[in-house]
Design a protein. Structure first.
Length: 294
């Protein structure tokens, strides 16, 4: 029993940096994973990946001007992410390109520009830190940022839940039921995109800009295999993200592996498990098939 305690609880009880990392990743699990569920339901799963790369130039500009200043890099990331999303919408409306195509082109350009700026201004270590994060290196300032974003995100999601659901499943009804039918659906979409961007920016401190979307999308995709109810999917996604966070931090501590990628690998393991044994997974589908009688 003592050995099990030392493995599972000891690192968090003994080290403050492990406790900070745990609180930060659990806060992200509660706030980011439910947004991933809405993204999958909207058939916008790749939007999170696009936006997480799109924030990189803003993070790079903040880094160039103020060094490893978390508020500066976070503000730059939010501005860059929203700007890229807005530009993709403008391009899709003004040209023959669909929004997903214009967004893909812009996020690739943003990723290249961000990596170039950071590489010219900082060291290889700075680049790796920004791209892949360090959950075990979260300080009090970073913890306050993540906790603040998570709190605002959860409260906003609860307040706007009905609007998000209607905008996801029946935007035509939402437009017809709104007093200002031409603007209200657009408003819900912009609020939702803002939540996605700020959660990705909060996640870059712990998971890096390349890994932050993993904690948002992998648990959300897995949750859809377990439940048809939206409420159950939201809870399941947060629980899976929390389990992946705890397991990833412990594995990272004991095996001395990068914390951010290890957390995402754990989320991937839960996803593969869901693919195999969940009600919507491979094994139950095989068992449901009628067996031919020879």
């Amino acid at each position: 029993m003592t050995g099990l305690w030392d493995v599972l609880v000891g690192p968090f009880a003994e080290f403050a940096f492990m406790r900070r990392a745990l609180v930060a990743t659990l806060a992200l699990a509660v706030s980011a994973a439910p947004l991933g569920v809405f993204l999958t339901l909207r058939r916008m799963s790749l939007l999170g990946d696009a936006l997480t790369h799109a924030v990189l130039p803003g993070v790079a500009v903040g880094f160039m001007l103020f060094g490893l200043s978390l508020p500066a890099m976070a503000l730059g990331g939010v501005v860059a992410g929203l700007l890229v999303a807005a530009m993709a919408g403008v391009v899709s409306r003004a040209t023959a390109l669909k929004e997903d195509a214009s967004l893909a082109a812009m996020y690739l350009l943003a990723l290249a520009v961000g990596v170039t700026l950071i590489s010219r201004q900082g060291s290889q270590l700075d680049l790796l830190h920004i791209l892949f994060g360090s959950a075990l290196g979260v300080d009090e300032q970073g913890l306050l940022l993540v906790a603040g974003v998570a709190s605002v995100s959860v409260l906003t999601l609860a307040t706007c839940y009905r609007g998000f659901v209607l905008e996801t499943f029946d935007p035509m009804f939402l437009a017809a039921a709104s007093a200002s039918a031409s603007s209200r659906p657009w408003l819900w979409q912009q609020i939702f995109l803002m939540l996605v961007v700020v959660n990705l920016v909060a996640g870059f401190q712990t998971l890096g800009t390349m890994m932050a979307v993993g904690l948002m999308m992998l648990p959300a995709v897995s949750a859809r295999l377990w439940h048809e109810s939206l409420a159950a999917q939201l809870v399941n996604a947060s629980v899976q993200a929390a389990l992946a966070s705890v397991a990833g931090l412990l594995i990272s501590y004991h095996l001395d592996t990068p914390s951010g990628p290890t957390i995402i690998v754990c989320a991937g393991a839960l996803y593969v498990t869901s693919l195999l044994i969940s009600p919507g997974g491979w094994l139950p589908q095989i068992l449901k098939r009628p067996h031919r009688v020879a």
